[in-house]
Design a protein around this ligand. Structure first.
Ligand SMILES: [Zn+2]
Length: 404
């Protein structure tokens, strides 16, 4: 089965300039040719098996890759209370609905960093087997935390203590099929009895977890707020930091030097209306808004230091937020924070694929890679708000959504 996407401009997201008047040939789920339309014309005339999708001058780019998602997300408030009595079946249906909506919004790949009752692993299996339509899933299993640590009431964490405890908890996630390991090493916004700056995991616990992950060839990331805990964690072997609410210069320099990634999740500290709508308690709203300015400044410090940045929402990608969907708004926040539009698009595609070490297969419009693609009427390099208009989504060469 071959598909030709004609009449489009291509943003490859690999640093090359956009190509106008272009076409993409997809064969066996992969990008077989990317070219000026006219050079593919003889082929179009010759081939009778070719399905042609005229994109009407749209902008085509790789599918979005969200690096921080919880499909079974249940924040403090009514959602978390409901989740405590939710059946396995209801949880599965809810998580799958969230995954499918994300795909329809243009997120062809999700890195899942905190799973309840192994639903992520099961959904990944069902999607990879072709039994369910959905985005590609890259799973951490449950996040490893200390007793009473960040996220303990969420159902998507596993409590452990001491180096042996952390090692064992990491190995249990690997046994379940984890693609990446997630720790929580400080407090966070969604914890009533903790401060974001509180150190939680000890150096010995982090070091043991990093060794267990690296021995299995997996990367390891951590929910982390303070510079102190982050520098310790990086020395202990962390490959990536989630949120990074309070970063200082020595810490971003260390991150840049070590090649540590940052997934900033800027949306979580500027989402008052969203949190009110879903019924989050007042203490949580206050805490998130108080962190907002420092969070943005930390992102800017990391950007200036040349830290590798990958986009993550820490919301459901298709959650309604600020007049649009969370995944588009997160990319807009990154640009409002000073990131160039092409860099922000790259953070949501190729850099994300590099973080997950799947860049040989995904993350750019490149011959040989999987045909995970999105299209929209306006040019997102002029204004990333153009992403709000995504109306074509293709995953593995199959048209998932075309609502032009
Ligand atoms: Zn999270």
């Amino acid at each position: 089965m071959s598909l030709l996407l004609s009449n489009c401009s291509i943003i490859a997201c690999d640093g090359s300039p956009p190509v106008d008047d272009a076409a993409v040939l997809i064969e066996d789920a992969r990008i077989a040719a990317v070219d000026k339309e006219h050079s593919l014309e003889p082929l179009i005339r010759e081939r009778t098996d070719l399905e042609v999708l005229d994109l009407g001058g749209r902008w085509l780019m790789p599918g979005l890759m969200d690096m921080h998602v919880h499909l079974s997300l249940a924040l403090p408030g009514p959602a978390q209370l409901a989740a405590q009595v939710e059946t396995d079946m209801a949880l599965t249906i809810r998580a799958y609905g969230n995954a499918l909506e994300a795909l329809h919004a243009g997120a062809t790949f999700l890195r899942l960093v905190g799973d309840a009752r192994s639903v992520d692993f099961e959904l990944k299996r069902a999607i990879n087997n072709g039994r369910l339509q959905g985005p590609r899933l890259f799973c951490a299993g449950r996040a490893v935390i200390i007793t009473g640590g960040h996220g303990f009431p969420s159902g998507s964490t596993i409590e452990a203590d001491g180096a042996d405890g952390f090692r064992q908890a990491v190995r249990a996630q690997l046994r379940g099929g984890a693609d990446v390991i997630k720790l929580c090493i400080t407090g966070g916004i969604a914890g009533e009895h903790e401060q974001i700056r509180d150190s939680q995991a000890t150096y010995a616990e982090m070091e043991a977890a990093c060794e267990a992950a690296h021995n299995a060839g997996r990367r390891i990331t951590a929910h982390a707020g303070s510079s102190k805990a982050i520098s310790e964690g990086i020395r202990a072997g962390l490959d990536c930091i989630e949120h990074g609410y309070f970063l200082d210069e020595p810490t971003v320099e260390l991150m840049a030097k070590r090649g540590t990634y940052l997934v900033p999740t800027l949306s979580v500290s500027r989402a008052e209306d969203y949190m009110r709508r879903i019924g989050c308690p007042q203490w949580m709203i206050d805490k998130s808004l108080r962190a907002g300015e420092d969070h943005m400044r930390s992102f800017q410090l990391a950007l200036a230091a040349g830290v590798k940045i990958a986009m993550g929402t820490d919301m459901l990608p298709a959650d309604p937020y600020d007049g649009t969907l969370a995944i588009y708004r997160e990319i807009e926040w990154m640009v409002e924070g000073g990131m160039a539009p092409d860099a922000a698009l790259r953070a949501a595609t190729l850099s994300a694929s590099e973080l997950c070490e799947v860049d040989a297969e995904l993350g750019s419009v490149t011959v040989g890679k999987q045909a995970d693609l999105i299209a929209m009427p306006d040019n997102p390099l002029d204004n990333v708000r153009a992403l709000r208009g995504i109306d074509v989504v293709i995953k593995g060469g199959a048209i998932v959504r075309d609502c032009r």
